[in-house]
Every structure is written in C-alpha cells, then in structure tokens.
Design a binder for this molecule. Sequence first.
Ligand code: GAL
Length: 657
Amino acid sequence: MQIFFGADYYPEHWPEERWETDAELMEEMGLNVVRMAEFSWTKMEPRLGEFHFEWLDKAIELLGKHGVKTVLGTPTATPPAWIIEKNPEIFPVDSHSIRRGFGGRHHDCQSNETYRMHIKRFVTAMAEHFKDNANVIGWQIDNEFGNSHEDFCMCESCQAHFQSWLKEKYQTIENLNREWGTCFWSQDYDKFEQIPAPKLTAAGENPSAMLDWKRFCSDLIVDFQQVQIDIIREKCSNHFITHNFMGFADKVNYFDLGRNLDFISHDQYPGGFFREDAQEKEERLASTLDLMRGTKNQSFWIMEQQAGVTGWQIMGRAPKPGQLAMWAFQSIAHGADTVVFFRWRTCTVGTEQYWHGILPHSGKPSRRYYELKDFIAKMAPIMKDIQGAMPKNEVAIVYSYDQKYAFKIQPHHRELQYVDQVNRYYEAFYHQNIGVDFVPDTADFSQYQLVVAPLQYIMTPELEEKYKAYVKNGGRLILTMRTGVKNKNNVCMSEDDLPGKLSDLLGIKIADYDCLTDVNVSICWGEKCFEGRKWSDMIEPSTAETLATYGSEYYKGMSAITVNQFGAGKAYYVGTEPDEALMQHLSEFIVQELSLNRLGYAEKGVEFAERSTENADYLFVMNHTDQKQKLSVEGNWKPVLDQKSELLPFDFNIFKK
Ligand code: GAL
C-alpha cells in the first residue's frame, strides 16, 4: 500500500458539476486518496431499503480517473431521521436521564438492538456494493468513537447490558457486593437487575461501580465496532479497515479498539477544538502522536490533519504561513505513513461552516492549497522509503486507561489529571530531544533502558511482579506518588503500608501523605531548591537512597525522591509533582546516569524525531517557532530535503544515515 496524501471529501455538499474541478485540483496538488461518506447515510439510503449508491459510484469513478483512491466511511455516527422516528429509543440518555434529540450527530445508543440491526443491514449492503470497486481501498468504521458520548448512554438497554457485563465478571451478586464494598451506605444488591447505570445520584457514588462502568462503556464500543468489522472483513477481503482515533480521549480504550483493525488512524488538530486559547503546545502534539503510534505499536494514518482555521462557534487563530505544512510534517515524523487533510473545501452549511478546509468557501485555491501542494511535492519522493518505519526509543511511558479512569473518578487534588501528569514526564524527555514510546502495562519492557510509570494507582499482583522482574534484570523504572494504592476493583488495599507490595522494589515506606490543596512545598536536592506541587508522600527509606528531601511543612527533612538498587536495576520513586525545574533536574540526572541517546541539540522550539527502517535511519527536524533557528546535526547524517544549516520559521528537514 503506497498512498501518501489525501483529503476528506464531501461531494454530497456540492453540485455534481463541481466534482470534476475538485478532482483536477486534487490531482494537481498531489493528492491520491479521499475519505468519503462517513456521515451520508440518508443520501445512500433515503428510505428503508432504498439504496442509492450511484452518486458515490460516480464520485469514486471520477476521482479514480484522476488517480485518487477512496476510503469509505460507514455513516453509523448519524442515524437518519426516518430510523429514529420509528424507534426514538435509539436516542442516547445522559446521566441526568435526559434523552438527547436530533439535529447534531452521535445521537445513537450503541447497545440498542434495533439500531444494530439497521447497521448490519446497511453496512452489509454498502460492503456488498463496493467490494469489487477497484478504486476503493479500505474502510473507516463509524467516526471518532466516543466523540460526544462522554456520559452517554444510560438508557435501559445500556443498563441491562451493564448488568450482564457485571454478571459475567463477578458471577454472583455476593462477589460483586464484596468487591464493590456495597456495605458502605447500604448499597448491597440482591440481584444484578437492581444495579443502575451511574446516573446522577442524590449524593456520592461508588468508585468501584464507576470504574466498572467506564470499562463497560469501552467494551461496548469495541463490540459495536466489531459488528461492522465482521461484515466488511467477510465481504471485502481486499480492503483494509481502520478507525479514526482522538489522541488522549478516553471513552474507549484505544489499545483494545485497535486490536482488530489493520492499522489505526488519528485526527490531529494542532489548532485545538473551538476553545479560545486553542492552539496546543508542540510537546502535547508530539505526545499525542506518540500515543497514537503506541496503541498498536505500528505506523499509522492521519485521517484528519488540520488544513485551516478550526472552529464551530468560536474560531482558533489562522495558521501562520508554513505552519500547516510543519504540523503535517510532525505527524509524519512521529509515525504517519499517509496524511489526509480535513477537509477538502470549507462548507457553507451545517455546524462546521468555520472549520476551514484546504480550499476556502469559494472553492478557489489560495494560500493553504499552495502551501500544502508545495509540501506534498517536497515530501512525496521520500514517503515510500519511510513507510512502516518506527523509532528505536530507549524510553517508554506506561499509559493506562484504568489509571486514567480511576483518577477521573477521584482526582484527589482538584487539578490532578492523569494525562497531565503523564505529559509532564514526557515533556522532560522531549526537551532533551529523547524519543519516547507510549506502551500499555502489558507490553514487554525489556527493550527499554528506562520505563516511566506515573500514578500506578490501581495495582495488581501481576503488574507488581512485572515491575520487579524488569528492574531485577537491569531495567530502570520511575514510579510516582499514588502507586499501589488500590486493587483492580478500585478498593484501597490495606495489607501493607504504601506503596504496598512494591515496598521492597522501591526500598521505601510511605509514612503519611499530604494533598497540597493551597500550597506548594519546597524540595531540596543537594544545594538546589525546587518546588513540589499537589501532593507530598512522606517517604521513609529502608534500603533506598534519598535524592531529594522536603524543605518545608512539618515533614521538612523527610525524603521526597528516592532511588533503590534492586537486582541489576534501579527503581526511582517521586513522591510529589515536580515543578518544571525539578523535573528537568531529575530527568537530566537519569539521562546522564543511563547515558541515554539524544537525537540532537538545538534551541527550544526545534523538535527532533527519528524513524528507522531495516536499511536506514531518518532524522526529522522541525521548527515550531516563527523565528529562524540554527541547526547542527552531529554524526554522519545526510540532509534529504534541503542542504541549509538553518531552519526558517516553521521549516523542517529530514536527514538520513
Ligand atoms: C473531527 C471529526 C470531523 C469533524 C472535525 C471538525 O472530530 O471527525 O468529522 O467534525 O472534527 O470538527
């Protein structure tokens, strides 16, 4: 498969006479793929069983003549009015028991059997119709699972499915009562049928029930996707199947969702999503892409790459000259094999009139078109060489949906967020130009020099053993505050002092802790002073060596950061949220100790990333700033795109060896 650049195209929004011009402009620009139809159910089936694929056939054929292949989206995020009219129970119910209405998208309950029946019927017909079309290469199932579904759906059908899911997990109601600790506030159940979906209560909620609900919702989406995968696999064995993920979104566990896809896709909007302070930090853009690569440990597609100003009701800044291209370059640098820009032309109707495409409303090529055209001309020749290339990172960060869910349920400190904590560690390595992989806690750690596992709050005996074995065999591990607090059902463990069974690995005991609601605490490392935020673990070392101590509060002098030799490796424990300076100090200390390999040296704002094939290594360098930046790349790297030794504003280059 050798597709490189494309656009998300909605021919149904424009008169047919325009399609030819679009196809010509696409060809001229160097695009060779479109994604179409992911929201156009009514256009394909305006009435039950009355299929109209002929408009799509025409568009596919016309594009095909211009060398543009098609990825088809299944339109199952937009159930038509004629389905809903007959079966209004398909509308999702939120935690306030409100049934949401028609007029947007994602107005579907994913457990609803009638809706699933319609999906099976429709997707079978669609797959059957397009299976032999030589211009169709693959499928995107639905669109951004979990988008807009934050607290949906809590209808009776979902509740019944939740009860069955619980029954399968716990077998008997006595087991569930025990594991959830329902003795608290008289919450004991006599039977599974009494268990509610977690709608708004009068006061309080059971953390174990909440965690199982989140896991259930994720499993439901994975199952919902599988229904369509099964149909398309059977009918269209020559086509790939993918889905467009959303970075750090968490309604569905992406490690699970990716399992039965050929590859994952991701939607990358550096301009942010209609917030006033929209633009994402370069570090977060990079970590998002690394997480996406990590979900399947494989290169991926960008199915929607920002192509203009973002905005629904509120708009973001206009991307500066060069910035759109540089952002697309960044996606490739972190593992994208194909980049599809969202969207081809800015639409004049509907919710997304201000989510700008490559072309403006007028459809006339302007700055964005020419900038991306130049970008494609520059990049296309190298794209085939880097297909499938992956980085050879020495550092991994453990990413866990369970930990994320558990902190969403009980954040401890009002500003403590799992993704934010994970990214603080990521950024420390990013700023030293050290590549990082995101891995699930089930991954094989042995290939990494260093594993960073922030907030390992939910702990299982298997994971404890895994961390111990990794360090014993020479690995370096960073664990942090709130490690080993709860069992897998979100119940506090009580057999040992914190950090529980990891005490011997870390060589410490946590004597007490302090949630820093309204203060920061001073942290002393040798002569240097820093700050800790949000949380203090008062650490008593047994075999561990103290690296930093608290310099204020009543626990002044107690350990804040420790390191313990365990077998052939070392385990670090960080008992607070380090401020930026402390994080830098700590990470530089570890990088030096382990002699970790830096990809390069440059001013802040210049990013390095690496991808390797069996034959060559590729170093990607990009300038996130609107200033010129000097560049010196050490070693026998040969420039590929450009011979200059500087980077212009938003400029980029590739080196090869
Ligand atoms: C994505 C979505 C697209 C479009 C875009 C801009 O989340 O997949 O369909 O809505 O955002 O809002």
